[in-house]
Design a binder for this molecule. Structure first.
Ligand SMILES: Nc1ncnc2c1ncn2[C@@H]1O[C@H](COP(=O)(O)OP(=O)(O)OP(=O)(O)O)[C@@H](O)[C@H]1O
Length: 357
């Protein structure tokens, strides 16, 4: 049975420096749960609290109903994969993977059977007798993954496991990790600062900033329905437009363009706000925000335009199959009101958090 991880009012301080004040979250059984946030926001600190490498200064961390605050790491039945692989350099692939099983007194033939099984899973059976120093980063990370999996852990923890790999290998490894995790159904927490990686691999994402969770949601909701401006701007490229709000009417400051937003719940009668438009949300139209194309970059499947407008530079991406605009051309931009989000100046999303439209 997969376990639930309950983090309840957790606090972490390094000496007098409180890094996490009061953090709560629940990771569901078998879930792939990602901690995403900028450098220094406390992702690794939280992961290490769950692993048992960090003390906990307040609150509780529970595996199902069992409080594990003071349980040493080796008694938590956790498999962990680090950024720097952390494989034993003096042991072969097979010995590295067998290590945890020997510590648990697993004997032959079960020992070899389990090692072989996991070698197949991470696709390095042919490298079983090789030493890590003769292996690539990607191969070493497969050893680390195999070593974490072979003990049948209750929880898998990943700390930026793909950061040292090149772009192509990162994509390959992330689908291996996801596939293996799904097959095994092990509750998993994964730390990354890479938004695309988080979107691609997770069941749910917790976006962290300054030791606090800003939002926990499925990837598509994090992207399409960010709770506040921080989440909106951290996830992918955005254009941020100042707007005047009158109930549900939203006027883009510095233009005569305005829209009616059915989805706005403006109980606080906010007047000033921010409209967040992703580059691929804009459409070219006959009317709307006027701008001149000053740059155009062709990326194969998409084209990115930079436009000069009265309200500053805007970035627009369009599908390559669309008729291309020329540099110097005057164009108009329309905004699909059911897709973009309007925020209070303080950062909260005014749009009704319903289904992702
Ligand atoms: N051992 C430590 N002693 C004192 N302060 C620490 C220690 N480890 C981390 N910190 C501080 O805690 C804060 C959170 O660090 P943490 O490493 O958890 O962030 P992170 O989100 O994982 O960042 P990164 O992606 O850069 O690793 C930072 O301000 C950091 O300087």
């Amino acid at each position: 049975m997969s376990i639930t991880i309950n983090i309840e009012h957790a606090k972490k301080a390094y000496g007098k420096n409180v890094v996490i004040e009061n953090l709560s979250a629940q990771v569901k059984p078998g879930e792939f749960f990602t901690l995403l946030g900028p450098s220094g926001c406390g992702k690794t600190t939280l992961l290490r609290m769950i692993a048992g490498f960090n003390t906990i200064e307040g609150g509780e961390i529970k595996f199902d109903d069992r409080v594990i605050n003071n349980l040493p790491p080796h008694k938590r039945n956790i498999g962990m994969v680090f950024q720097n692989y952390a494989v034993f350099p003096h042991m072969s692939t097979r010995e590295n993977i067998a290590f945890g099983l020997k510590e648990r007194k697993v004997r032959e033939p079960e020992l070899s059977n389990r090692v072989n099984e996991v070698l197949d899973k991470v696709q390095i059976r042919e490298l079983a007798e090789r030493m890590p120093s003769n292996m690539s980063g990607g191969q070493q990370q497969r050893i680390a993954l195999a070593r974490a999996m072979v003990i049948n852990p209750d929880v898998l923890l990943f700390d930026e496991p793909l950061s040292n790999l090149d772009a192509k290998l990162r994509v390959e490894m992330r689908s291996i990790i996801r596939h293996i995790q799904q097959q095994a159904g092990i509750t998993t927490i994964y730390v990354t600062h890479d938004q695309e990686e988080a979107l691609a691999i997770s069941d749910r994402i917790a976006v962290m900033y300054k030791g606090e969770i800003q939002q926990i949601d499925e990837p598509v909701k994090i992207y399409r329905k960010p709770k506040n401006l921080f989440v909106a701007t951290f996830m992918g490229q955005t254009n941020i437009l100042d707007v005047d709000i009158d109930n549900q009417d939203v006027a883009i400051c510095g233009t005569n363009v305005h829209y009616h937003f059915d989805r706005i719940a403006n109980q606080n009668h906010v007047h000033k706000g921010k409209l967040v438009v992703r580059p691929n949300d804009f459409t070219f139209a006959d009317q709307g925000i006027e701008g001149t194309v000053v740059d155009r970059i062709f990326f194969g499947t998409i084209t990115t335009y930079t436009l000069n407008t009265k309200i500053g530079e805007l970035v627009v991406t369009r599908d390559v199959n669309e008729h291309m605009k020329e540099i110097g051309e005057v164009v108009h931009l329309d905004i699909p009101v059911n897709v973009v989000n309007v925020f209070e100046a303080e950062g909260h999303n005014l749009s009704i958090m319903g289904d992702v439209g």
